[in-house]
Design a protein. Structure first.
Lengths: 70, 275
C-alpha cells in the first residue's frame, strides 16, 4: 500500500502549494515510506511514472505543474 | 414552502481566471458572456441560498477518509483560500455559508437514508470559488454539497441524481420557504495530470449537452465511470455535479455556451436551468 505514502507526500506538498520540477531533498521526503521506484520518479519529476505508480493525477498536476506542456 | 428557483451548470478550471489571455479571445468572450447572462438571471431569481454541487480536488479530503458525499455545514468558507487565490489569480475571500439550512439538510439526508459526511471547515479552489466569482450574487450564502469525482471508486451517477432529487424535496419542504438556487460545477471533458493531459473531446461534450437540452436525464444517469473516463477523461467524472444539480432541478437545460479551450484544458459548458 505504498502508493498511499506517495499520495500523502503529494497531498501535503499540494496543501502547502509547493510547485516543483523535482522532489529529491531528504527534507521533502522524510517521514514517508517510499519505494526506490517512487523516489526515483519524484527525483526525476517523471509525471508518467508517478501516474503509473498510482499517484493521483490531480496531485501530480498540482505539484509538478512545470512538467506539463500546458 | 421553499422552492428551487434557478439553476446553473458550469465548468470550472483554474486557468479560466489564471490564464485569461488565450489564442482565440472570442472563445473566452463567448464563455464568460454566458456566465454573465447566468449571473444576471440568478440575481433576478432572488435566491436566499445557493446550493453548490462541486468536488474537492484533494485539498480537503485525502485517502485516509474519503467521503463519497459531504455536506458543508460552516458559517463561512475560504473560497478561494489565500493559497487558492494565488494560483487562481482572483481575490481570496470568505464566502458566507447557509449554516442552518445546511445543518437541516444534513439531518434530513441522514433521516432519509443518504449517509452523507459533513464538514465544518472547507477550503475551496476553482471548484466552488469560480462559480462564486462569476455567478453568485454578493452576500447570498452558499450550501456546498461535495461529490467525490477525483479519487476512485466514485459514487455512481444515479446516486448523485438521487441526492440532487433529495435536495429538491428537502428545499421544497422547508417551512421557512427559502428560495434556493442550485449550481453544478465541473466537466465537461478534460484529461488532467494523466496520459492524454490537455485532451478535450468536443464530440462527447456536445452529446452530453444535447442530452441536457432534451431533458434526457435517463441517459445521463446511465453513464458509467468507465465510459466517462474513456470519452471525457478523469475531469469528465465531474459530470456527477451536473447530474446532482439536474436531480434538484429536472428541466431541459438551455445551453448558453460551449467552448473547447485548449489553454484551459477543458471543454467548457454553460447551461441555464429555468424552473
Amino acid at each position: 500500500m505504498s502508493d498511499y505514502q506517495l499520495n500523502k507526500l503529494l497531498f501535503e506538498a499540494a496543501r502547502r502549494h509547493r510547485i516543483v520540477e523535482t522532489l529529491a531533498d531528504e527534507a521533502d521526503l522524510a517521514g514517508y515510506e517510499l519505494t526506490a521506484e517512487e523516489r526515483a520518479a519524484l527525483a526525476r519529476g517523471d509525471i508518467e511514472a508517478l501516474y503509473r505508480l498510482g499517484a493521483n493525477p490531480y496531485l501530480i498536476r498540482r505539484v509538478f505543474r512545470p512538467r506539463f506542456p500546458v | 414552502m421553499g422552492a428551487i428557483v434557478a439553476g446553473c451548470l458550469t465548468s470550472h478550471a483554474p486557468n479560466i481566471t489564471a490564464r485569461p489571455v488565450i489564442d482565440d479571445p472570442a472563445q473566452r468572450r463567448r464563455f464568460l458572456d454566458a456566465l454573465e447572462v447566468m449571473r444576471r438571471r440568478l440575481a433576478e431569481a432572488r435566491p436566499d441560498v445557493v446550493v453548490v454541487f462541486a468536488n474537492d480536488h484533494l485539498q480537503n479530503f485525502f485517502y485516509d477518509a474519503m467521503p463519497a458525499f459531504c455536506v458543508g455545514v460552516a458559517d463561512r468558507y475560504a473560497a478561494p483560500s489565500a493559497g487558492g487565490a494565488e494560483f487562481l489569480r482572483i481575490p481570496a475571500r470568505q464566502a458566507a455559508g447557509a449554516r442552518a439550512w445546511s445543518e437541516a439538510l444534513l439531518h434530513a439526508a441522514l433521516e432519509a437514508g443518504f449517509d452523507v459526511a459533513y464538514s465544518q471547515e472547507l477550503e475551496f479552489w476553482d471548484d466552488v470559488s469560480l462559480p462564486l466569482h462569476f455567478l453568485v450574487p454578493d452576500g447570498v450564502p452558499i450550501a456546498p454539497v461535495l461529490v467525490n469525482c477525483v479519487a476512485p471508486p466514485l459514487p455512481v451517477p444515479r446516486r448523485c441524481h438521487a441526492l440532487g432529487a433529495f435536495v429538491r424535496s428537502f428545499a421544497e419542504g422547508r417551512p421557512a420557504g427559502e428560495r434556493v438556487a442550485v449550481i453544478g460545477s465541473g466537466g465537461i471533458s478534460h484529461w488532467i495530470g494523466m496520459p492524454g493531459h490537455g485532451r478535450i473531446n468536443p464530440a462527447f461534450d456536445r452529446l452530453v449537452l444535447d442530452w441536457i437540452a432534451e431533458g434526457r436525464l435517463d441517459l445521463l444517469v446511465e453513464l458509467t465511470a468507465e465510459r466517462i473516463e474513456r470519452d471525457a477523461g478523469n475531469g469528465g467524472q465531474e459530470l456527477r455535479n451536473w447530474i446532482a444539480a439536474l436531480g434538484a432541478l429536472p428541466v431541459k437545460g438551455e445551453v448558453l455556451a460551449y467552448e473547447a479551450v485548449r489553454e484551459w484544458l477543458t471543454g467548457c459548458g454553460a447551461v441555464w436551468l429555468a424552473p
